[in-house]
Write a protein that binds this ligand. Structure first.
Ligand SMILES: *Cc1c(COP(=O)(O)O)cnc(C)c1O
Length: 473
């Protein structure tokens, strides 16, 4: 498809700007452009077609089923978009006097109240702009806490191999050493390995729960107790709170810090790179270290001598918090719980249907997502997880997360979410079944898939390592 610059024809297009009705005022000559601004010149009709064609080539939750595991691609009610677009929210300036933005402060403190209730924490910051940024901030709190006690020997963060990949990165960026803990055959953290790893050098543990294979760690109370016993703190990666919100609380499980992905669980469209919000909650004893300012009685408190400082400009992605609050107020306490229960129900329903053909990585009740292993299918037919994922594209479905978690071979990780109907899940299961049959009858057809997409099999390593993000004129 041609770029808009390639469609440009000199002299084509519109000049609908009204005549200037104020005195002309030119900047100093050295601030003036020396060359004309390079803008595409195109008619309104061609412009409209260009963007419609681009829109048709994208795929989002509004187009169809999107079971991308660990990403919670659920439907985000349009009402929340309307609310976050209210001029009182979009028209504020971060530097305007606090007394003129009381309504917005009220949004932040209400959202803090609801989310600390849901997580079992005492305080929350909305500064972090994404989940990984929240992890970084949470680990910063743990580091500041140990330092404030003069406890500088704690250099290690323990991370199970079923954690999200961002966890070790966030700890390393804070200067910690990582201790990788193995999972047992049941997909849960190996308690003996944990007992052997903890000690006076343990700063803390980062647990993704439910973990990346979709399981709630059954030993969670024992895990947090072991870490506390040696003086370490417990960090809960709550990006996947969709499975447990309103049902159980990280604060009650022995966790000291948690981050939430408001852009996954709490109704902000995501997947295109933002904006997001990795809100971080903590217990009262960690509050002095929170990024400043913090909210106190619906105004900002900057007098925080022990604060880790700012982790982002101003107050974070405020409009994401507006959407989260709208979501929480629409659902209420029962609705939040029901959403989590339906997320788990839908995942188990789809898992049961797919297990008629495909092998499960862990054959047990799952939480919000589950993992298939296509190792034996690949041995029998030569068709890989990648081939099945490509085949799904020709059926108008977004593929699941592939080759993750790393502890499962030929993995496909599916998270259907609570907003899909039974009919959609049945249709998706039928597509998976037909691809399974095709793998046995005509595997080459799957090696050649997809046939219907604008791009078929790009060199993914090259695309990730050397992305071409600029157009060369
Ligand atoms: C998505 C996710 C993250 C990272 O969140 P980003 O907003 O992409 O930085 C961290 N942990 C888990 C479990 C996740 O699913």
């Amino acid at each position: 498809m041609d770029l808009i610059f390639e469609k440009s024809v000199p002299g084509r297009g519109l000049s609908l700007l009204p005549p200037c009705d104020v005195p002309e005022c030119l900047p100093d000559p050295e601030n003036l452009r020396q060359t004309a601004l390079r803008l595409p010149e195109i008619s309104e009709n061609d412009l409209s077609r260009h963007y419609s064609a681009l829109a048709k080539r994208t795929y989002g939750v509004n187009c169809g089923f999107y079971p991308l595991g660990s990403c919670t691609m659920k439907y985000n009610p349009k009402l929340h978009e309307d609310l976050s677009a209210l001029p009182g929210f979009t028209g504020i300036h971060p530097l305007q006097p606090e007394s003129t933005a009381k309504g917005c402060l009220r949004v932040l403190s209400l959202a803090e109240a609801y989310l600390t209730e849901i997580t079992g924490m005492n305080h929350m910051t909305f500064q972090p702009a994404a989940g990984a940024h929240g992890e970084f901030t949470g680990i910063l709190l743990i580091k500041a806490y140990h330092r404030s006690r003069g406890d500088t020997a704690r250099r290690k963060i323990l991370i199970p191999d079923s954690a999200h990949g961002t966890n070790p990165a966030s700890a390393v960026m804070n200067g910690f050493e990582i201790v990788n803990l193995p999972s047992g055959p049941d997909g849960c953290l190996d308690l003996d390995a944990l007992r052997a790893a903890v000690g006076p050098d343990t700063a803390g543990l980062m647990l993704t729960n439910p973990n990346t294979v979709g399981l709630f760690d059954k030993n969670i109370l024992e895990i947090t107790r072991i870490v506390h016993e040696v003086g370490g703190l417990n960090y809960y990666d709550g990006a996947n709170l969709n499975a447990v919100m309103g049902v159980v609380r990280p604060g009650d499980m022995g966790f000291d810090v948690v981050h939430l992905n408001l852009h996954k669980t709490f109704s902000t469209p995501h997947g295109g790179g933002g904006p997001g919000s990795g809100a971080v909650g903590c217990k009262a004893f960690l509050a002095p270290f929170l990024p400043k300012p913090v909210l106190a009685d619906a105004s900002f408190d900057y007098d925080r001598p022990q604060s880790v400082g700012k982790v982002r400009s101003f107050y974070g992605n405020f409009l994401v918090v507006v959407r989260a609050l709208a979501y929480l107020m629409t659902l209420g306490a029962e609705g939040v719980r029901e959403a989590a229960e339906n997320a788990v129900l839908n995942a188990n329903y789809l898992m049961k249907k797919l297990s008629e053909n495909y092998d499960l990585a862990f054959d047990t009740t799952c939480m919000h997502e589950f993992v298939l292993t296509l190792e034996s299918l690949k041995k029998q037919t030569g068709v890989s997880a990648m081939d099945i994922a490509k085949g799904l594209l020709d059926h108008g479905m977004h593929p699941p997360t592939m080759y993750f978690p790393l502890i499962v071979h030929e993995a496909l990780m599916l998270e259907p979410t609570e907003t899909e109907s039974r009919e959609t899940l049945d249709a998706a299961a039928a597509v998976f079944q037909s691809l399974y049959q095709l793998a046995h009858t005509d595997p080459d057809a799957l090696h050649r898939a997809p046939q219907t997409t604008p791009i078929r099999r790009p060199d993914e390593t090259l695309a990730a390592r050397k992305p071409v993000l600029r157009y060369a004129f």
